[in-house]
Ligand binder design. Structure first.
Ligand code: 5GP
Ligand code: ZN
Length: 105
């Protein structure tokens, strides 16, 4: 399995996991750019947003719902936070497995 995030999903690669359910795993970014910087990752391997299909929309919507829930849990709703999805090398995407950055502080 070549994909780093698939390896984290499979637990063959270590990560500091902060949330996990049947569809999504959330772990701390190894190179945080703020006091809170986590990556919300669908367990299903989708390389980039350019590979998203209609059957993925519910799954990807769960990224937002999970981000909102974690923001409430971490008491950062008032101060706010940034959700970012990079697409393609020119868009800053390094890891070819769709993920959402949640950054705050
Ligand atoms: P991208 O630039 O693809 O949107 O974001 C990839 C992110 O993954 C980067 O912020 C980078 O710091 C993070 N990252 C890269 N390798 C690892 C790793 O092995 N473990 C964790 N937790 N994060 C990683
Ligand atoms: Zn993957």
């Amino acid at each position: 399995m070549a994909c780093l995030f698939c390896q984290i999903v499979a637990k063959t690669q270590a990560a500091d996991i902060v949330h996990e359910d049947d569809d999504i795993i959330v772990f701390k970014d190894i190179n945080p750019r703020a006091p809170i910087h986590v990556l919300l990752v669908p367990k299903l391997h989708i390389a980039t947003v350019n590979d998203v299909e209609d059957q993925h929309t519910l799954l990807l919507g769960k990224l937002f719902a999970t981000a909102k829930r974690l923001a409430a849990q971490w008491s950062i709703v008032e101060q706010g936070y940034r959700l970012t999805v990079n697409v393609g090398r020119g868009g800053g995407q390094i890891i070819d497995h769709v993920h959402m950055h949640l950054v705050s502080g």
